[in-house]
Design a protein around this ligand. Structure first.
Ligand SMILES: C[S@@+](CC[C@H](N)C(=O)[O-])C[C@H]1O[C@@H](n2cnc3c(N)ncnc32)[C@H](O)[C@@H]1O
Length: 185
């Protein structure tokens, strides 16, 4: 897929995904360039101030951008004027809200988990969302390292262990100590 330089959009929207911080945009660039989208739908778990949703909306103007956050104060205030952004309030592991999002959107080519970074919730939402994706969809989990903090891992079950357990069933496109991209649903 032909796309503009994503890092420029991440810098403009002051995202920690940009090269001077986490440096995730170089991976998104490769992921999206190699993607053949069937829906042109992207879902990001974790909205905060909506900067990331705006970044995707601007970089991918012919896509529909969906966001979910469990904090109603976390929203993209003037986002509704940007027609390709759709926001939902609820937890990343809430079946009802995930059902609603899929009912509304159909399916997603890209899912980004930048929400709680708490291992059990991260695993729960992967288990709710991944089986519904199509085989070429990409599911990205950001900030994996955060999950190793004890307060992020109250059940002493790391998302790393989970990824180890699924790696024979899914294609791990990108796998380092900060971020994983998974394909093959
Ligand atoms: C790192 S911020 C998201 C930043 C945003 N993706 C960006 O790049 O601009 C994390 C967000 O996840 C939300 N969050 C925390 N726990 C959540 C949960 N269980 N379900 C959904 N969202 C959650 C927080 O309210 C917060 O707004």
């Amino acid at each position: 897929m032909n796309i503009p330089i994503l890092n420029n959009f991440a810098i403009k929207h002051e995202l920690d995904k940009a090269d001077q911080h986490h440096g995730y945009m170089q991976y998104y660039q490769v992921i999206l360039e190699n993607l053949t989208p069937t829906h042109k739908h992207l879902l990001e778990l974790g909205i905060h101030k909506g900067n990331s949703l705006r970044m995707w909306a601007e970089a991918l103007p012919d896509w529909e951008i969906y966001g979910l956050d469990n904090n109603s104060l976390r929203s993209c205030p003037d986002s509704y004027s940007e027609l390709n952004i759709h926001q939902y309030i609820g937890s990343q592991n809430d079946l009802d809200i995930i059902n609603k999002i899929f009912n509304d959107a159909g399916n997603f080519d890209v899912v980004v988990d930048d929400a709680s970074h708490i291992s059990p919730l991260t695993i729960d939402s992967f288990k709710l969302i991944a089986p519904r994706l199509h085989k070429d969809s990409i599911y990205v989990i950001e900030d994996l390292g955060v999950c190793e903090r004890p307060e992020c891992n109250p059940y002493n079950f790391s998302v790393w262990q989970f990824l180890e357990s699924i790696k024979n069933d899914y294609k791990i496109v990108q796998y380092n100590d900060e971020m994983v991209s998974i394909q093959g649903f």
